[in-house]
Design a protein around this ligand. Structure first.
Ligand SMILES: C[S@@+](CC[C@H](N)C(=O)[O-])C[C@H]1O[C@@H](n2cnc3c(N)ncnc32)[C@H](O)[C@@H]1O
Length: 254
């Protein structure tokens, strides 16, 4: 685990591409379909004729719902394998490019100030440095353009530093948090040949990075996990109290 994240650069998910694309399937995982994608679409509010960039698009599961709303879609990801997968399944409804969103390549499909909206769908916590990713997003947006971000809630879901506990005396399921303010680069469970890294930053770091990139925060949504079958009352209460996802909406200042 690293304490100073400033110089760590995020990695492509190529080594785990087969596993990840299998987990999401063509239309997204259960979490994508039930929570993350509906939240992102609510924040992004794509409209007919708009141009939308998906940063860290992975296998491109966001392209079909954006295309259904009549908007153009460009997805960018560092993983050539995931981009190949995205093109195979969604190439008819979107364009997909291999690229690092912390230092975007010059490309005719990524015109500066060429997009009405941009998003990070469950990708911002896998991307570092954060400030460079936000600057790239701002650079792609037209003045007044929207940015939507959906991520695991950084106040309650800190990889390896948070979890559930049971208070026997009170008969209460509680959320335990062992650290929060310290930014962390956390190696995640290996799948296939690879390990990925997730970057924890406190909520204030996101607000600061948005402001530094000239993006004004205009909305926050906190979403609970869906109830699972056979859950106890204590499980349901705890799941309802501590949100799983955080959604942020920002606008590029004119
Ligand atoms: C958890 S996956 C999310 C993918 C997709 N948005 C989804 O919801 O299925 C995170 C993605 O971020 C990508 N990524 C990490 N660092 C990146 C960077 N610097 N530039 C572009 N993509 C990056 C990885 O390759 C991976 O596909």
């Amino acid at each position: 685990m690293k304490k100073n994240l400033n110089r760590a650069r995020s990695q492509s998910w190529d080594a785990v591409a087969h596993w990840y694309a299998g987990w999401t399937g063509t239309n997204g995982s259960r979490y994508h379909r039930t929570l993350a994608v509906p939240l992102l679409l609510e924040l992004l509010a794509p409209k007919r004729g708009e141009h939308i960039a998906d940063l860290g698009c992975g296998p491109g599961i966001l392209a079909p719902p954006i295309a259904e709303r009549g908007a153009g879609f460009v997805g960018v990801d560092l993983s050539p394998r995931l981009i190949a997968d995205a093109r195979r399944h969604h190439g008819r409804v979107g364009r997909f490019l291999v690229g690092d969103v912390t230092r975007l390549p010059r490309h005719a499909d990524l015109p500066e100030a060429g997009f009405d909206a941009a998003c990070f769908l469950l990708s911002i916590q896998d991307i570092n440095p954060l400030g460079e990713a936000m600057t790239s997003a701002a650079r792609l947006l037209k003045p007044g353009g929207r940015l939507a971000i959906v991520m695991l809630h950084p106040c309650f879901r800190v990889p390896r530093q948070s979890g559930w506990g049971w208070d026997e005396g009170r008969g209460l399921k509680f959320r335990r948090l062992d650290s929060y303010l310290t930014p962390l680069a956390v190696p995640m469970q290996s799948h296939e040949a690879g390990t990925t890294r997730s970057y924890h930053r406190p909520l204030g770091a996101y607000a600061e990075a948005l402001a530094a990139a000239g993006l004004a925060l205009t909305g926050i949504r906190e979403v609970s996990d869906l109830p699972a079958q056979g859950e106890s009352k204590a499980d349901r209460r705890a799941a309802g109290e501590f949100p799983l996802f955080l959604g942020l909406r920002a606008v590029k200042l004119e």
